[in-house]
Design a protein around this ligand. Structure first.
Ligand code: ATP
Ligand code: MG
Length: 573
């Protein structure tokens, strides 16, 4: 695989300027901040490569650079330890080790609380006791300013007493909320006295029942960044309107001497959108709980767990994130770009093997019974040093059912009655007949081989034939379950309206599921494929790239998943 040169982008430009001006001294500190409420998907891979990748790339220039893995676990009811473990595993699978710099926003609850008290003491926050409806009604709209809460002018002392009572558990959920005192007429709605803390009598996966008030994302995130000394806080574009609030909180807290300047800066980039999949946690959960797929690591899912089982590689994802780049405007990336990156990596790294996915028997009638001989197949066409393996050729072989056509259509160059093809790494054969069952299904093909044409022997190439088919000897081959995966959805934008839809038609993304996204075959494989370890990746010649299933594959019961076909044939079938 050719390493693509590091592509520059606006975030690098910004960091380069900061380095040149020594804004943050000798460090570029980023973080990847997943909320542990689901499994990571392909979109997260972009963020992981960006955040961890930047810290790694700047290490030579700024020796204290690092990327933190921060679990953004300030939301008590939705988060679970199971997800924390899965996320850590995925990050490590992509090649980044967060040992020693793994953090939890929940570890900052006490500091966050103290920051909130300091804001109250500086008259920059107040306890609002309106109910949610009243608060919504006074928030205004994009064109109208909001109205001040009747509780906005509570005294500092009263606010402090109330806030401490909130923490002590004296009030039920929803009765009070701590709000920043900014400006109810601010054109940016996020600055209209946003909530800082809410009451939530809920158990937290790490802090247990220690807290019944929890900080809001906008407050917790910037304070966590500042606590960790993050320099560049990268997030997706939808947070752009939140940036003034991010800066407001940190600026006030710096003025109150809680944090030192320079403060972390938030920089937004476009999220990954990909055709033929969905990358929203809500929809992914629906696919799993509705049993449209078999769990979070189903190879059809665009989760990193699914990708791994599918045989996608970390290097392929890296290539992909390099190729799509980083920009400030949203775009939709074609799924084939991702598949091409996986192919490019696998083409270089996967050993070649032979598998017959839909076998039919071929008998070489002039080949002596009980005899066999060695043919040699290279493990990789471009790496001679990877060696060759022996493929025993004998009288009875398995070939691919669709490599034979009893009544050939025009342009079919493989085996036909009376026609010739080369058995790859073996001989030229001529078809002499075939058997069919009552339904017309071919059950056996007969041929004669030409002993003067063995591949690799002098003069063997003097006679040319158009077709070249793969085979396995019946004695040697082992049966295997072959799972042929394809794209999860059959349209580029699942659930989106299409031309000609009735105006009142609401499409459901589930209606666009590709019914052929998984097909199971019993195929024949070389013995070395059975003994290969789970997650070993191969190219099955003429078929595509396959991986030994991470979960189900054993030597006794081999299971292979198709990662990707050899060429992009989507939509051209
Ligand atoms: P939700 O919206 O349900 O919270 P999320 O996809 O935003 O889900 P988070 O766990 O909050 O998930 O995301 C962790 C990090 O990954 C964030 O910094 C977020 O910006 C980034 N991220 C999430 N989805 C994408 C995407 N499609 N492309 C790039 N980055 C993403
Ligand atoms: Mg999120």
């Amino acid at each position: 695989m050719t390493e693509s040169p590091i592509a520059s982008h606006f975030i690098r430009t910004r960091i380069d300027e900061d380095c040149a001006q020594q804004t943050y001294g000798d460090k570029v500190v980023t973080r990847f901040p997943p909320e542990p409420n689901g499994f990571l998907h392909f979109g997260h891979a972009k963020s992981i490569f960006l955040n961890f990748g930047l810290a790694r790339d700047y290490l030579a220039q700024c020796p204290q650079s690092i990327c933190n893995l921060r679990f953004d676990d300030t939301n008590p009811t939705k988060e679970e330890t199971e997800y924390v473990d899965a996320i850590r595993e995925d990050v490590s699978w992509l090649g980044f080790d967060a040992t020693g710099h793994e953090f939890y926003a929940s570890d900052y609850f006490e500091q966050l609380y103290r920051c909130a008290e300091l804001l109250i003491q500086a008259d920059l926050a107040y306890v609002d006791s309106q109910d949610a409806d009243a608060m919504r009604a006074t928030r205004g709209t994009l064109t109208e300013p909001g109205r001040n809460s009747p509780f906005r002018n509570r005294s500092i002392t009263e606010n402090l007493v109330l806030f401490r009572q909130m923490r002590a558990g004296d009030f039920p959920d929803g009765t009070h909320i701590l709000r920043a005192k900014i400006d109810m007429a601010a054109p940016n709605m996020n600055l209209r006295d946003p909530a800082i803390y809410r009451i939530r009598h809920a158990h937290h996966h790490r802090s247990g029942d220690a807290w019944c008030i929890y900080p809001m994302y906008d407050f917790a995130h910037c304070v966590s960044d500042a606590i960790e000394g993050i320099t560049h806080s990268l997030c997706t574009l939808e947070f752009m309107d939140h940036r003034p609030l991010y800066d407001w909180f940190l600026d006030q807290l710096a003025t109150l001497d809680v944090f030192q300047r320079p403060l972390p800066q938030q920089i937004e980039f476009s999220r990954l959108n990909l055709t033929y999949v969905v990358l929203s946690k809500r929809k992914l959960i629906q696919l799993v709980t509705g049993q449209h797929v078999h769990g979070w690591d189903d190879p059809r899912l665009p989760t990193l767990k699914g990708a791994r089982r599918r045989g996608f590689t970390p290097e392929g994802f890296r290539l992909f994130t390099d190729r799509i780049g980083v920009s400030k405007s949203d775009s939709l990336i074609d799924y084939s770009v991702l598949e091409d990156c996986m192919r490019d990596h696998l083409n270089d790294t996967a050993e070649r093997r032979v598998a017959v996915l839909d076998p039919v028997k071929l008998v070489l009638t002039n080949y002596p019974e009980g005899q066999s001989e060695e043919c040699y197949a290279p493990n990789h066409p471009h790496h001679a040093d990877w060696g060759k393996r022996v493929m025993p050729l004998a009288r009875e072989l398995w070939i691919e059912r669709d490599d034979f056509m009893p009544e050939p259509v025009k342009g079919f160059f493989r085996l036909v009655p009376g026609g010739e093809v080369r058995l790859r790494y073996g001989y030229i054969i001529k078809c002499t007949g075939f058997d069919q069952d009552a339904e017309g299904r071919v059950t056996c093909v007969y041929a004669e081989y030409d002993p003067d044409t063995k591949s690799g022997t002098p003069g063997s190439e003097s006679r040319k034939v158009k077709g070249n088919i793969h085979w396995l000897s019946c004695d040697q081959a082992l049966a295997a379950e072959i799972r042929l995966y394809d794209r999860l959805f059959s349209v580029p934008a699942p659930g989106a309206r299409r031309e000609g839809d009735a105006p009142d038609l609401d499409r459901d993304f589930l209606d666009d599921l590709n019914p052929n996204a998984m097909q199971i075959h019993t195929g024949m494989i070389e013995p070395s494929l059975a003994t290969a370890a789970p997650e070993s990746r191969f190219q099955f010649e003429r078929h595509g790239y396959f991986v030994a299933d991470q979960v189900d594959h054993t030597a006794e019961r081999p299971v292979y998943n198709r990662t990707v076909t050899l060429r992009d044939s989507w939509g051209k079938k």
